[in-house]
Design a protein around this ligand. Sequence first.
Ligand code: TTP
Ligand code: MG
Length: 418
Amino acid sequence: MRLPGAQLSSCQKRRYIVHIDLDAFFASVEVLLNPSLKGKPLVVGGLPHERGVAATCSYEARKYGVHSGLPLRECYKLCPQAIFVRGNYHLYQAFSEKFFQILHDYTPDVEEASLDEAYLEFTRCNQLYSSFTEVAKDIKRRVEKEVGLSVSVGAASNKILAKLATRRAKPGGFFELQPGEEEEFLRELDISAIPGIGPKAQVMLRLLNVHKIADLWRLPLATLRSLFGVMGDELYLLSRGIDYRPLQTRGKSESFSRETTFLQDVWDRDLLLAHLAYLSDRLALALRQEKFYAQVIEVKARYSDFKTVSKRRFLSMPVQEMNRIYRVAEKLFLDLWDKSRLALRLVGVKGSQLVGERHLSLFEFYQEKDERLSQALDRVRERYGFTAVLTGREKMLGEVYEEDKGRGFILKTASLTR
Ligand code: TTP
Ligand code: MG
């Protein structure tokens, strides 16, 4: 089976993409700050008998089968000698910022893909550098020296190939995929290496005896479409190393989210909606503080068995006000929530596709009213604290959580992004 990628790339300008990802990020920060942990199996995310899952673990712990997302109790069973730490998100955030600051020195085209992972594109920079390979190596050295953490770097002609190159380079290496090597490189990789092939898709494909990427090449596009819908097209191309996706540079890729795990799993509709209202309120505040409007609102819910569901809506008018966000979030939540299933352990709300301003429309009047209300709310809260003004729904949380001196409720795990 031949790959059609070679012919395709020859008629297009060749891109140069670098993918960069910190190794065992949270665990490496812990080791940096406490060198006595060096060389030992380390699990970050909680103590062995606590509820919850590992956020990550050191490479020494991975040898025992421990990995991100594994319940802490399972981690302990696999590796009882491991050291367990709860972790400190604010600390990791600070390291992440330092990491991105360095990357932005090299090219304007940087996609911050997650806290510890980025794509850099150099296609537009050929006047600036004589060798992209040397630049990529230099970035690696600088991150290691200035952030103090081990990092892996992959370089190739598009995002998927660069990401897979980093995977090959891990931990701590540099791997550049040369033109013409794509077929050999992809052939033997497991299908799980392709982003978008989750556990369910893997089960389906393995039943068809598709295990390696080369096995995927046997399936006609029509089969992939019938199995995965529109995602089938993407899978067809990505598995052949063809990827025209541009980088999602700052602004486009940003989102704000607010989510929390409950103290105990929750069935009660009002209590669930109370959490959702509070999170919508916090999200609205963050959006207003950063002067963004969200065009897409997404709600996420996780059942006690970790099954996670989400639903999103594109809004014709971007939002940053609590009551508008909540109205959408409530509808989405009630659509996706299956009461007859298990209790929920987490809910979250996210605003994405951010824009800096909202174009006026026929609904201008209502919009202004909501805006004025929000501004008044912000002023009261600035003086008297966040919990000084809460909606009827949110007030219920006062019976469940302690207050943080008027700044808000102390949720169990208030995980925030941006
Ligand atoms: P990853 O880059 O996926 O993992 P990693 O950096 O720990 O290890 P490596 O890249 O070398 O394979 O994620 C970066 C950080 O994000 C990770 O250190 C912890 C956090 N994280 C979670 O909190 N939960 C998760 O499920 C995952 C995958 C990561
Ligand atoms: Mg990483």
